[in-house]
Write a protein of this length. Structure first.
Length: 259
């Protein structure tokens, strides 16, 4: 794992933006896995302002609420449209999200995995982290080799996400999410986490034991996981001085191109 600690949430978003921009510039046909939530908002704003060419880029989102249609304002379809897709020249036919209204979720989930394979796999998967350590909507006890499927949200996640729906009772119970196995197959995983409320989940994921009780800890098995944090989200890490030293002393060929 590469742990990058930045002074503020805005700086962490800028670092993540540089990593994704560099991928789009060096591989204009890249396949990028995208995430939702409050955390990537600064990142998407920066990416949108960058004016890069997205015409050859393919995207796959991590998850969607079951029973929530694309036109629903709280759907992840609507979120992505509002916060990224309408600001860049991505081709609609290259944009993929699970369909929350699918009449046959099992077939739909298999087909989603097939589409990722047919696209050549995901070059970079962006991730957030839930306060319980979930990635995508892989809640604690998710199989570490799971594929895209239906999951049931925990009470904690429904509480955390109630702010988007107005009230907790309106938050769906079920979702479709890429599995942890799906995420582990991406060529790079980029987890962005900011804020004090993520510090415990981040500590478990980075320095804790590999356990399905903290699904993000599965990234310890990933061949190239980058964990991009602000100071608050990094505040519970024991070895943060070491991570800082490593980052500051990267050999030139490993440096992330500046903006
Ligand atoms: C949701 C999403 C996750 C996201 C998490 C954290 O549950 N399914 O992909 O990482 O929330 O969200 P936030 O960034 O709003 O804290």
């Amino acid at each position: 794992m590469e742990i990058i600690i930045q002074p503020s949430a805005e700086d962490a978003a800028e670092m993540a933006e540089r990593i994704i921009s560099n991928l789009i510039i060096t591989n204009p046909q890249a396949v990028i896995g995208l995430a939702t939530g409050s955390t990537p908002l600064h990142l998407y704003r920066r990416l949108a302002a960058k004016g890069l060419d997205w015409s050859g880029i393919t995207t796959f989102n991590l998850d969607e609420y079951l029973g929530v249609g694309a036109e629903h304002p709280q759907s992840y379809h609507a979120f992505m449209q509002e916060n990224l897709f309408r600001h860049v020249n991505v081709d609609a036919k290259n944009v993929h999200l699970p369909d929350g209204m699918t009449p046959d979720p099992e077939t739909h989930c298999h087909a989603y995995e097939e589409k990722i394979r047919a696209a050549g796999g995901i070059d970079l998967q962006l991730l957030g982290i839930g306060t319980d350590g979930h990635i995508g909507f892989n809640e604690p006890t998710s199989s570490l080799s799971s594929r895209t499927r239906i999951k049931t949200l925990t009470a904690r996640t429904r509480r955390d996400n109630a702010r988007f729906f107005g009230s907790e009772k309106d938050v769906p119970f079920h979702v479709i999410t890429m599995g942890i196995g799906t995420i582990l197959e991406s060529r790079t995983a980029l987890l962005l986490a900011t804020g004090e409320n993520k510090a415990e989940a981040v500590e478990g994921a980075v320095e804790g034991a590999l356990t399905s009780m903290n699904p993000a800890s599965a990234l310890q098995l990933h061949r190239r996981a980058i964990i991009c944090l602000d100071e608050a989200a990094a505040s519970k890490l024991q070895r943060r001085d070491y991570y800082r030293w490593v980052f500051e002393n990267k050999p030139p060929w490993q440096k992330i191109p500046p903006n």
